[in-house]
Design a protein around this ligand. Structure first.
Ligand code: SF4
Ligand code: SF4
Length: 87
């Protein structure tokens, strides 16, 4: 089973389901393939694929937001889920 923060998994998560992890979103229309996010991700979670960077190891991503900060094109964004407390 991949390691990582279990609080970032969706409820339907299968153990090997890549879509079950909350990861930064990369807008490939804005991305220039500069490779900065791949080089600078402290967790080594980002790789360059044939069409651009992607989160290759979502279970290693710590959601630190560095990639969002350093992308020169503003192509990476971390989503935040808004939850409401119990009434
Ligand atoms: S840092 Fe931004 S522009 Fe550079 S490869 Fe990553 S997503 Fe693309
Ligand atoms: S949020 Fe942090 S750990 Fe996750 S991909 Fe971006 S730089 Fe890497």
């Amino acid at each position: 089973m991949p390691e990582g923060d279990p609080s970032r998994r969706t409820e339907q998560a299968g153990e090997t389901d890549m879509n079950a992890w909350v990861v930064p979103e990369i807008n490939l229309e804005r991305c220039t393939r500069c490779g900065t996010c791949v080089e600078r991700c402290p967790a080594g979670a980002v790789e360059m694929g044939p069409v651009g960077p992607f989160i290759a190891r979502p279970w290693d991503c710590t959601y630190c937001a560095l990639c969002e900060e350093i992308c020169p094109e503003g192509a990476i964004s971390l989503g935040y889920e808004i939850t409401w407390g119990s009434p």
